[in-house]
Design a protein around this ligand. Structure first.
Ligand SMILES: Cc1cc2nc3c(=O)[nH]c(=O)nc-3n(C[C@H](O)[C@H](O)[C@H](O)COP(=O)(O)O)c2cc1C
Length: 323
């Protein structure tokens, strides 16, 4: 357990923000499986929020059952970041998180995400503007630096602390790494060693033992899990069992099937038809990786032309092929 001001994070395991995946439905589903002490929304554009609030609203929406929840904002304009933070606070989020790690070109080109790691004066303006605009607990998520010649995570930590940021999550890769190679947990450990605020470590936790190793090797207060959860939504609960010396139970085929059908059914019911099919293919494709014969299942998912067809082929696959 650790605290971000008065927000208790228990267990100290965090579901990472994953754009396109970790919407409210997915976060609720993971939360209900257990072990998860904090969820974070997908990144939300502060340009979008301040220009057309209604369009961004689905991205900032959450269920009471998700709490505590951090809503993550990104952008490069301090005034828009501040105005968006105030909106997020008003919407009742427990924590406001600033994205300073996203490596995607579209985000970086506009000056936001990991671009801020190489523009510390602008980073400072953003921290100060957001801090002034909201009383809510404020956190930041970063990468270790822009590239290997400019690793500056400890400097960023110091600036964040000076500006009133209350926790920092660090993915142990630089922007130039994108997702290649292995996350360097030494930078995570170095940041933790210098920190006065809680530090959440992130990067390449794909098995329960990885989470335990990250706690041990870096001393972080919390561990954040991302891609591993997409194909194994039980990963956070399994990590928590492992950390408590309880036997880690592999999820049985029947439970996987039930979860997958239930979750995908909910996605198709709750999303408007034009977005549902794309989302089903994306989420279903990840979940399929956990099943034997996954390439056949994914091929069938891919062929579907409507959400109904998609669900029918998944049902059919489980009742005929792999039950
Ligand atoms: C598809 C995808 C979407 C992501 N979206 C976000 C995002 O919205 N905000 C963010 O801070 N990081 C985002 N990330 C980065 C993850 O939160 C995390 O830092 C990264 O995947 C490393 O953790 P992992 O090895 O456990 O996946 C995304 C990563 C992926 C693969």
């Amino acid at each position: 357990m650790f605290k971000i001001r008065d927000v208790v994070i228990s267990p100290p395991l965090v579901l990472a923000p994953l754009a396109g995946h970790t919407d409210s439905l997915f976060r609720m589903a993971v939360k209900q499986l257990g072990g998860c002490g904090l969820v974070v929304s997908e990144l939300v554009s502060t340009e979008g929020m301040t220009r057309n609030r209604a369009r961004s609203e689905p991205l900032t929406r959450f269920e009471e059952g998700e709490r505590p929840i951090a809503v993550q904002i990104f952008g490069a304009d301090p005034a828009r970041m501040a105005a968006s933070a105030a909106m997020v606070e008003e919407a009742g989020a427990d924590i406001i998180d600033i994205n300073m790690g996203c490596p995607v070109k579209k985000v970086v080109r506009q000056g936001g995400g990991s671009n801020l790691l190489r523009d510390m004066p602008l980073m400072e303006k953003i921290f100060r503007a957001v801090r002034r605009a909201t009383k809510a607990p404020l956190t930041v998520k970063i990468r270790s630096g822009w590239d290997h010649d400019s690793i500056n995570a400890v400097e960023v930590l110091r600036l964040a602390e000076d500006c009133g940021v209350e926790a920092l999550a660090i993915h142990g890769r630089t922007r130039s790494d994108m997702f290649s190679g292995k996350a360097d947990w030494r930078v995570v450990a170095e940041v933790k060693a210098h920190a006065r605020i809680p530090v959440i470590g992130n990067g390449d936790v794909f098995a329960p033992e990885d989470a335990a190793r990250m706690f041990r090797e870096t001393g972080v207060d919390g561990v954040m899990l991302g891609r591993g959860v997409l194909s194994n939504p039980w990963l956070i609960r399994q990590a928590w069992d492992h950390l408590n010396d309880r036997p880690v139970t592999e999820t049985g085929h029947g439970e996987r099937v039930r979860f997958t059908l239930d979750f995908l059914g909910r996605v198709s019911r709750e999303l408007p038809p034009p977005v549902a099919l794309g989302k089903l293919k994306k989420l279903g494709g990840c979940l399929a990786k956990g099943f034997p014969g996954s390439s056949r299942l994914r091929a069938r998912m891919h062929e579907a032309r409507t959400a109904e067809e998609f669900l029918a082929s998944v049902h059919d696959h489980f009742s005929n092929d792999a039950a």
